[in-house]
Design a protein around this ligand. Sequence first.
Ligand code: SD4
Length: 350
Amino acid sequence: MSAMPRRRFLQSAAVTFAGGAIYQRAQGAPLLPLAELRAQGAVVVSTWPFGQPANEKALKVLQAGGAGLDAIEQGINVTESDAGNPSVGLGGIPNADGVVQLDACIMSGPGHRAGSVGALSGFPHPISVARRIMETTRHVMLVGDGAAKFATEQGFARGPELTAGQRDGWEKWRREQAARPAPAKAATGGAAAKPDNHDTIAMVLLAPDGHLYGGCSTSGWGYKLAGRVGDSPILGSGLYVDDDIGAAGATGIGENVMRYCGSFLVVEYMRQGLHPQEACLETIRRIAKKDPKGFDLSINFVALDKKGRFGAAGTGSGFEYSVTCGKFSRVLQSPGLTSSKVGPIGGNRK
Ligand code: SD4
C-alpha cells in the first residue's frame, strides 16, 4: 500500500464491501445508501477511467428520457469518438497489417436481444453498427467485409484514415518485429501484453425502467493478426446481460476471457447469489484454477445486479473502473487477484 495514494487506498478498501456500503464508504465520506441511489433512477458502471465521461453521457441520455439502449450507444460513442484513445474507436492501435479493426456488441435485457460486429474497418462507431444489426436484421453478428458492407448500406459515415502517429507506431512495431530472431518471427500477432495496448469500454447499466442493458467496444489487442476477433463482441465473453439477474462486461486479454465465457460466468455466479463483486472475483479464481497460466491472465470484469449493486475485480493489482449514479460519479479501484492473494473459493453467498 506504500506506493498507493491515500485516495486510491480509500476507494480500494471501500470496494471490498458490499454494494450499499460502497456508497457509504468510498472517499471515507458518507454517501447515499443504495436505496436512495436507486431512487435517483439509474446506475451506470464501465471499465477504466475513460468510462467515466461515457457513463455521464449515458446518465444524461436517461435523464432526458432516452431508452436504455440509447444510453449505452451514446455513452460508448463518447469513448469511440476520442481520437486520443489508443484502444477504442478508430484512434486505436492498428492490427499487424496497419488496419484498425473494431469489435463491439450491445445487449438489451428486455427481449434478451443482441447485436454484434467483429473486425469492422473504416467506421468510427461499431457499437452503433452492432445496434443496427440487432434492430434491423435477423442476425446477431456480422464480421469483416460483410459488416462494412452492411454499415455502408445503412448509411453510416466512414471515419478518418490512420493518423501519422498511428502509422509511425505501426511502422516502429514492424521494424521491431523484423529485428527479432527467426523463431520469434512466427505469425503470432500482437504486441507484448502491456496495460496500454489493450483496453476496452464495457458498460452495463440499470435504467430507470428497472431493466438492464450493456455494450462493449474496442479496437482490440494492438498489432493483432488481421481478422483476429477478441472477446468484446462475443456475447457471454466480453459482455452478457440477463434481465432477471444482472449484467457483466470484460476487459483485458480477450483470449483469456473468451475461452471461459467470462461475462456469462459472472452473471451465473450472481444467479447463485453472489454479490457482483464476489461474482467477478469468483470468476477469476475459477478461470485461474483451470488455466495453465494461473493468474497471469490480464483479465478484468465489471458487474451490476438487478438491485443496482455493483463490483469489479481483475488479475494482478486489479484495474480502475467507473461508476455513475445521480451526483455520484467516481473512478474506483477494483481488488486484484494473484497466486499469493487468491481468497476463498466459493465466495460468500447471501
Ligand atoms: C480484446 N478484450 O480485444 C479486448 C481488449 C481489451 O483491455 O479489453 N483490453 O482482447
